[in-house]
Design a protein around this ligand. Sequence first.
Ligand code: CU
Length: 156
Amino acid sequence: MKHAFLATSAFATLLAVVATGASASGTHNDAIGKPGVAAKATRTIEVDMTDGMRFTPADISVKQGETVRFVVRNSGKLKHELVLGTAQELKSHYAAMMKNPEMEHAEPNMVTLAPGKTGEVVWQFTKAGKVDFGCLQPGHYDAGMKGAVNVAQAGR
Ligand SMILES: [Cu+2]
């Protein structure tokens, strides 16, 4: 019966990890990393958002484990936001925003900015791969207001 016990134990541990991740990060899982501590940020990346529905830069490269301080500026005359997530998370969140444009949302993985404002997102990229970001204001994501953070595997 030792095998059965081990399997149950491993499953319980997995559940605990999933539960912890969900409570610490709100609505999303830890697939894209976790909220960063500003004091531990190793880089500051300035991102500009415009009414042309573009992020500049839209293609960002970081290293696995790196904590990045994004200083995000809204240079447009419309409300814009930068939301980090998996492509799937962004799509479902965007669909919710289309149904309810006045939906208030605030999470550590995003910043919503009025015209002319500047804000920050501090994020630690714990997993190698691609993390997407986008503006989920109705119409913006569809218009191409999106980008990606490429997370290079540590030790390379
Ligand atoms: Cu936008």
